[in-house]
Design a protein around this ligand. Structure first.
Ligand SMILES: [Zn+2]
Length: 538
């Protein structure tokens, strides 16, 4: 293992050097610290086929970790984990054994099996019961949001039932709040409170990012959970399943409603009818269980202010990706160049750049490269619950994950913009390089809860994630959508794809300005008084 990764590293230096001779560009004055090429060379290492897609707990992920530690060390970052840079994390891995599993619809005595993969997928994110048979109730978006006085379960009897929902949320509920209530843990809290025993999600066709065919192709990928009793958040949940929207009509037979009607309403975020279905469902599930170990990496660049150096600005990114899976066009390696080789490489670049000015940093910067993000933000969940520095000393989290520097830079999209005064800071940092910002133009995509910043947020720490953005309806927006459709969580998110190194350099310059500003300001960032997430800052 060790010898192999050393060999990889030597190869990397050589190829990186050769490449930089051909493509190195001049850095304009508004981004003097970055050239894009250094970053791309790091991405090329992380997304090399030899790292096999960096699946959580895999040798490829471990090689990526060794590389990251080496890069951080050489940038002057000090270890701040439990074993050097490492903070070990234990997982339980679950895989549905389809030969021993089935889903069958029952309608007035008629039994119709659902074809696993084609019609539906059983989720292993929760530990399913071996056998469930229950009536189905369609509950719209399946949300209960006290803050918005919204309740999809009002007036419905769902005790002992499996609820059927369409993904998405109603108009009039803030994207951040709706996202929060769609996390696995919050969903189960709601279902449990109304007596339901599981949930079947029909993917909202208007929100589909990864086509069903690709989701189905990779359904054999194991799911994971943190292997500690304190993180058991779905106990009692007996079934989670996803239904292909193209095949959803059969669930509604005899109900007096159609899925076509429901998806048309959901597309516009309109109120949905809620009603018992005429069908019930029998589920048999066999699960293969394994133990997996990996680690988060934690390092610090110390600040120089005698008092403030004990406070940390966290810069986080996930180093894991989804590994080797079903081949697409003959390629089985899901390299994860943008997801999240990009953010991981940025942390290494930022460490090297900040070191040159570390004497000017008042607070310390904590570099956190987490594992298990693709399995459900698990590494960051563990870190936020068991941080290797005092929880109160982490004043902000700036998370970088798949920000897509693949288009000309015209705007930054900021997730969590209105939630804390970090939003004001990022506006200034972006202005310093002459780029405007915008709030999330597509809040229904739940980006705010789909990366690691979320676990800092629910521990009370103001956080942000920032993407290279695009104005709605623009050519750049179309390019980003196309990327998500074809390359997101596909083997083609690799180093043969085009990237825009000018955009990358500007993105890094903005992050650098933001980190320095937050590290040096007299005041800690604060939640806005009207932020829903302020409640977590105790
Ligand atoms: Zn991902």
């Amino acid at each position: 293992m060790k010898a192999a990764s050393l060999l990889l590293f030597v190869t990397f230096i050589f190829s990186g050097f050769a490449l930089s001779q051909q493509t190195q560009s001049q850095s304009p004055s508004n981004r003097p610290h970055f050239d894009g090429q250094t970053w791309w060379n790091r991405v090329k290492f992380l997304a090399d086929d030899k790292l096999e897609g960096r699946a959580t707990g895999s040798p490829g992920e471990h090689a990526a970790q060794q590389y990251a530690i080496q890069q951080l060390k050489s940038a002057g970052v000090e270890p701040a984990g439990l074993k050097g840079f490492y903070q070990p994390v234990k997982f339980v891995s679950r895989k549905i054994v389809e030969s021993g599993s089935s889903l069958t619809l029952i309608n007035r005595g008629k039994r119709e099996p659902l074809v696993l993969g084609n019609d539906a997928i059983i989720s292993a994110r929760i530990m399913p019961a071996p056998h469930v048979e229950a009536g189905l109730v369609f509950v719209g978006y399946g949300l209960k949001i006290p803050e918005a006085n919204y309740d999809d379960f009002a007036g419905l009897e769902v005790t002992g039932k499996l609820v059927v929902v369409i993904s998405g949320s109603p108009a009039g509920v803030s994207g951040a709040v709706a996202s929060h209530y769609q996390t696995l843990a919050e969903r189960w809290k709601t279902l449990k409170s109304v007596g339901a025993i599981g949930m079947i999600t029909i993917m909202n066709p208007a929100l589909v990012e990864v086509p069903w065919a690709r989701i189905a192709l990779n359904r054999a990928e194991p799911s994971m959970d943190l292997d500690y009793p304190e993180f058991a958040e779905t106990e009692g949940d007996q079934l989670g399943a996803y239904v292909n929207p193209d095949k959803a009509e059969k669930l509604f037979e005899g109900s007096g409603h159609t899925f076509a009607e429901i998806s048309a309403l959901a597309k516009e975020h309109k109120p949905l009818p809620r009603f018992p279905l005429a069908t019930s469902l029998e589920a048999k599930t066999k699960v293969d269980i394994n133990k997996v170990e990996s680690a988060n990496l934690v390092g610090k660049l110390p600040g120089n202010d005698p008092a403030l150096k004990n406070e940390y600005v966290v810069l986080s990114a996930h180093l894991d990706h989804i590994g080797v899976g079903a081949p697409v066009n003959g390629d089985p390696i899901y390299n994860g160049a943008m997801d999240n080789g990009s953010g991981s490489a940025l942390l290494m670049d930022m460490a090297a750049s900040l070191r040159k000015d570390s004497a000017n940093l008042r607070r310390s910067v904590l570099f956190v490269l987490v594992t298990g993000e693709e399995k459900g933000l698990l590494g960051s969940k563990y870190f936020a619950a068991h941080p290797t520095v005092p929880i109160k000393s982490m004043i902000a989290d700036i998370n970088v994950d798949m920000y897509l520097p693949i288009i000309p830079l015209k705007v930054f999209t900021v997730y969590g913009l209105a939630e804390s005064d970090l939003g004001d800071r990022v506006k200034e940092a972006a202005q310093s390089i002459g780029v405007p910002i915008q709030a999330d133009p597509e809040p229904q995509r739940n980006i705010f809860i789909r990366s690691d910043q979320y676990n800092f947020i629910v521990r009370g720490i103001p956080a942000l994630m920032i993407d290279v953005g695009a104005a709605p309806g623009s050519a750049e927006a179309a390019a980003l959508r196309e990327w998500r459709h074809t390359r997101y969580h596909a083997p083609s998110d690799d180093v043969s794809q085009p990237v825009n190194l000018d955009t990358e350099a500007s993105y890094e310059e903005m992050v650098r300005a933001l980190v320095i500003d937050v590290a040096n300001d007299n005041h800690r960032p604060e939640w806005k008084a009207d932020s829903f997430f302020k409640q977590y800052a105790k």
